[in-house]
Design a protein around this ligand. Structure first.
Ligand SMILES: [Cu+2]
Length: 104
């Protein structure tokens, strides 16, 4: 009986241990967002890397993130919420995309 309780406790502990968060990169170049990472999870980070000679932003429509990227600047955000997150560039609204973030 006691051993069963211990086994249950160990399983619960394993389930609560988060897998390591991953770091992802999205490159902005030629006035567009590059390939978007798959398998995003809450707690992961995205580094937005602007390779253009003009400023851009990576702005979530739900306002969960909003970074301004000067030319050749990179900035990192952490994904805080699960679900689809539509985003765009405030300076160039035709630049847009959607992240799909799974719960951890
Ligand atoms: Cu832009």
């Amino acid at each position: 009986m006691r051993r069963a309780a211990l086994a249950v406790a160990l399983v619960a502990l394993a389930a609560a241990s988060p897998a390591l968060a991953a770091d992802h990169v999205v490159v902005l170049s030629n006035m567009r967002f590059g390939a978007l990472p798959a398998n995003l999870r809450v707690g992961d980070t995205i580094t937005w890397e602007n390779r253009d000679i003009v400023a851009h932003t990576a702005s979530a429509r739900d306002r969960s993130f909003d970074v301004t990227l000067q030319p050749h600047q990179a900035r990192r955000i952490t994904l805080r919420h699960a679900g689809p997150v539509a985003f765009y560039c405030r300076y160039h609204p035709a630049m847009q995309g959607e992240l799909r973030v799974a719960a951890r």
